[in-house]
Design a binder for this molecule. Sequence first.
Ligand SMILES: C[S@@+](CC[C@H](N)C(=O)[O-])C[C@H]1O[C@@H](n2cnc3c(N)ncnc32)[C@H](O)[C@@H]1O
Length: 241
Amino acid sequence: MTERTHKTVEQAEQEGKYIRKVRSFVKREGRLTNAQARALELHWQTMGLDHHKNVIDPSAVFNNDNPVVLEIGFGMGKSLVEMAKNAPELNFIGIEVHKPGVGACIALAQEEGIKNLRVYEHDAIEILADCIPDASITTVQLFFPDPWHKKKHHKRRIVSPEFVETIRQKLKIGGVFHMATDWENYAECMLEDMQASAGYKNLSENNDFVPRPDSRPLTKFENRGQRLGHGVWDLQFQRVD
Ligand SMILES: C[S@@+](CC[C@H](N)C(=O)[O-])C[C@H]1O[C@@H](n2cnc3c(N)ncnc32)[C@H](O)[C@@H]1O
């Protein structure tokens, strides 16, 4: 689980760790249910990955060379577990900062007997910088990231030119970055950042959004968006360089 190994940002930076100053989340200290706490206690050893252990070797983590799907901000993990269950030929790594969500995801994965899923409880930006090897991921998924509606908060949005370049580096050539959002302005900003970023090819026929792929289960936030009458925009870009 997350360990505080640095006292200050300056100290961490001196040690070569990446520490971000504007974060895409506000840490909600929601209470763990008994089931979530038990799942973390019993199964962290087998399903959890720790930030402080630095760069991972995915083949060693999963004991095979299957392609790796990385999901950022999986919430309670329901759709991630469903995807892992539907695709035993793939390995899945989930990153989420909200501890109850990580506990819920592990509990559900155990219930379903999932073996091809590992999770981090940490800021994805730091995990990408410190733990994920370059050119190691086949698909990166970012589904319904916090939209930070107000203009003054747009700097908190996880998608930025810097972020999409980091994702490109983590993808294998031919790998795909898949994003979905139900917030139109965020969808437009995502498209702008992706189109301005060299080394990606848009998989959309019209050079904008793609139809919702069947492989993406309905997520909790998408369900909520649908009830509120929101549209949904999916983007898929392939790393070509
Ligand atoms: C709006 S929710 C969407 C959850 C899920 N993907 C879904 O569609 O139901 C966004 C999630 O991203 C997580 N998150 C935000 N910034 C993050 C970061 N930098 N690293 C890891 N998780 C993050 C939040 O804790 C939250 O659970």
